[in-house]
Every structure is written in structure tokens, then in C-alpha cells.
Design a protein around this ligand. Structure first.
Ligand code: FES
Ligand code: FE2
Length: 365
């Protein structure tokens, strides 16, 4: 008799989490050829403000020009290649100067000063540009585009989240975590709540782990939404709402949290009263830096006695639970005993992400 039981979808082979060569190729595919979330426009409000991002071993300089445009450049001098800027963030005094021999560039990247270089044509030596664009306050950069615009890559996502008006929200807190796990394990962990009852006792009091409503997986993202339980109204230490709802949310949007992993590196958590962003920065096959930020509406931030530690502490606790289990996953997957294991129906988004990883690998061959 033929069994009607389909063989279940399985986790990826161990090499996807342990092989340094595969890691390099994957980072090239995901981080160097598509739009990557670099940060927030609010980080550089004024002309000359800048911050650096390291992407696949490249230092990228992201700044704002005098016309208010956001531009990105490789942090490499066109004279003898020196890294121009070594400080992670700050403000240029209207121009960018290499500390070696003083080649000077405008904020638009043009070479405007080069001592003892009368024999060269300055137009031939602008800073190497990196594409930059924004989506509702999120800055994205693209090192080596295949021609797809940011809007094309994001597909229908911008329409899903218009009511959160993410561009209006302002940073309240940033925490940076170093996690000893492959970047993909963090995406997998973010996209299932099957682990919530066991791993997150505090979180599990606020949300029902079986209540996730996922949207159909897309080649550019996976995600869905979850409601609250037992009278909780936001995700915080006690579930109490201490801030106004974000101004334009509908009744329905006030009663849920949206969790989306936008490939390759933005984890976006939209709460009724605040937004969280995580950006993932792979450092090695088994190491990832996570920049986690809490953003609130400026009217709330301006309230006397504004308080948001309930949300910060809650997610810091939950994050640490997630990072430590991801580190244990990394260790176990690195064992010679590891073999792919079966996914449940509640892990379908994870399987979809794995398929995307395999699909992009196939396309690059
Ligand atoms: S290397 Fe930058 S000015 Fe010489
Ligand atoms: Fe978790």
C-alpha cells in the first residue's frame, strides 16, 4: 500500500550554517546584490550627517547632501584607496576629506580638492557610489544592483504598512547584540512562535502562540500578524498600553502586531503604539551583529515623563532568550550528528525562507 503521508519539509543541511565558503557566496547573493536596510533617515537629519555600515566586509558611508538627498559611497579614497572615515557616525563639515593626503570630496561625492594633482581631471575621480533609496523612513542601500529598484524589491509591502506612517517615527533606544549564530537562524527564529511557550514565559502571557496569521510567503519577505490575549494591548512587560495608539491605525490594526522578515536583513515589528526594527549584519558563518531599535511617535516622545522601558525591557528580555537559543541551534547544527529535521505546519514560513535560499543559490549557478 502506498502511504498517503507526504514526507515532511525539512531543515537545511548543516553546511548552510557552518561552511565559510557557502557563507561568503550567500552574503554576496543576499547582501551585495539586493537592497539592504542600512538604518533610518532620522539618523542623519542634517546635511553632512553621516553613519558607516559594514556590508560583506565593505565599509559604506551614508550621508545627506545639501539638497537633503541621502547618498551612499564606498568608504575608499580615489587617490590611493585609503579608508576615508573611521568614526562610526558624525557630521562632515560640508565636505568629506581623506585624512591621508587631503583629497576632498563634496557631499555629492565629487572630487573638489586634490593637492599637487594639477595633471588629473577631477571629474574622473568621484567617490564610488552605492545606490541609496528610502522607504517610509528606512534607508536601503544596494552595492551591486541587478537593476531592480527598491520599490520593485519591496513589492506590495509599502501598501501593507501605510497606516503606521513609519517615516514619522523617531528613535528612542538602540541596542546592539553580538549573536554567535548564522544570520539565517535569526530569520528562522523570528518567524515562528512554536517556541514561545517553552522559551518566552513572559511573552507567552500576552500573545497566543497558535494565533499567528501568516501571509503567503513572497520571494522578498515572509511575515504575518498576531493578536493579544488576556486583555493585553501591546507587547511590554505587563501588556498595558502606556502610550497613545499610533495616530492612523484602524481598530483592527490596534489589536495586532505585525512581524515581517524583509530579506535579507530587516526584521520589522509593528506594534499598536511603537515600531521595532532589527537589522542583521552577518560577520562570519556563525556570528551576526543585530542592531535593534525602538521607535515611537514624536508626540509621545515629547510628552513630559514619556516612559517606554516597559517595551524596551520586554523585548530586550525576549531578544536575549531568542539569541541564546539561536546560539544553541548553531552549536547543535555544527555537530557531526546533525541531520535535517522535519518542519511542522506551524513552521511553513521557515520552509519558505529555506526555499528562497536554495532558489537564489540555484539562480547564481
Ligand atoms: S589616499 Fe586619500 S588622499 Fe591620498
Ligand atoms: Fe522568540
Amino acid at each position: 500500500m502506498i502511504s498517503e503521508v507526504q514526507s515532511p519539509a525539512q531543515t537545511l543541511p548543516g553546511r548552510y550554517y557552518t561552511d565559510p565558503e557557502l557563507f561568503k557566496a550567500e552574503v554576496e547573493r543576499f547582501y551585495c546584490r539586493t537592497w539592504v536596510c542600512a538604518g533610518r533617515a532620522g539618523q542623519i537629519p542634517n546635511a553632512g550627517d553621516y553613519f558607516l555600515r559594514e556590508v560583506a566586509g565593505e565599509s559604506i558611508l551614508i550621508t545627506r547632501t545639501n539638497t537633503g538627498a541621502i547618498k551612499a559611497y564606498f568608504n575608499v579614497c580615489r587617490h590611493r584607496g585609503t579608508r576615508i572615515c573611521a568614526t562610526a557616525e558624525g557630521a562632515f563639515p560640508g565636505r568629506i576629506q581623506c585624512p591621508y593626503h587631503g583629497w576632498t570630496y563634496s557631499l555629492e561625492g565629487k572630487l573638489i580638492g586634490a593637492p599637487h594633482m594639477d595633471h588629473i581631471c577631477r571629474e574622473d575621480y568621484p567617490l564610488n557610489p552605492v545606490q541609496a533609496d528610502t522607504w517610509d523612513g528606512h534607508i536601503f542601500i544596494n552595492l551591486n544592483s541587478d537593476g531592480q529598484s527598491l520599490r520593485e524589491q519591496l513589492a506590495d509591502l509599502p501598501d501593507r504598512f501605510t497606516n503606521w506612517h513609519m517615516g514619522d517615527l523617531r528613535l528612542y533606544k538602540r541596542m546592539v547584540y553580538e549573536v554567535k549564530a548564522n544570520w539565517k537562524l535569526l530569520i528562522l527564529n523570528y518567524n515562528e512562535c512554536l517556541h514561545c511557550p517553552v522559551l518566552h514565559p513572559t511573552l507567552n502571557k500576552l500573545t497566543s502562540y497558535t494565533g499567528a496569521e501568516n501571509v503567503a510567503p513572497h520571494p522578498a519577505y515572509i511575515g504575518g500578524q498576531m493578536g493579544f490575549k488576556d486583555g493585553a494591548r501591546t507587547m511590554s512587560m505587563d501588556g498595558k498600553l502606556r502610550r497613545d495608539y499610533l495616530p492612523s491605525l484602524t481598530e483592527e490594526e490596534r489589536e495586532k502586531v505585525c512581524y515581517y522578515a524583509i530579506y535579507p536583513n530587516l526584521l520589522l515589528s509593528l506594534h499598536p503604539d511603537y515600531m521595532m526594527t532589527y537589522t542583521l549584519w552577518p560577520e562570519a558563518v556563525n556570528r551576526t551583529q543585530v542592531i535593534c531599535e525602538w521607535h515611537f511617535h514624536p508626540d509621545q516622545l515629547a510628552q513630559p515623563g514619556f516612559y517606554a522601558e516597559d517595551a524596551v525591557d520586554f523585548w530586550d528580555l525576549t531578544n536575549k532568550e531568542d539569541w541564546s537559543i539561536s546560539e544553541l541551534s548553531q552549536l547543535g547544527i555544527s555537530s557531526r550528528a546533525y541531520k535535517p529535521g522535519p518542519y511542522s505546519s506551524r513552521e511553513s514560513l521557515l520552509h519558505a525562507f529555506d526555499e528562497t535560499v536554495l532558489e537564489r543559490e540555484k539562480q547564481s549557478k
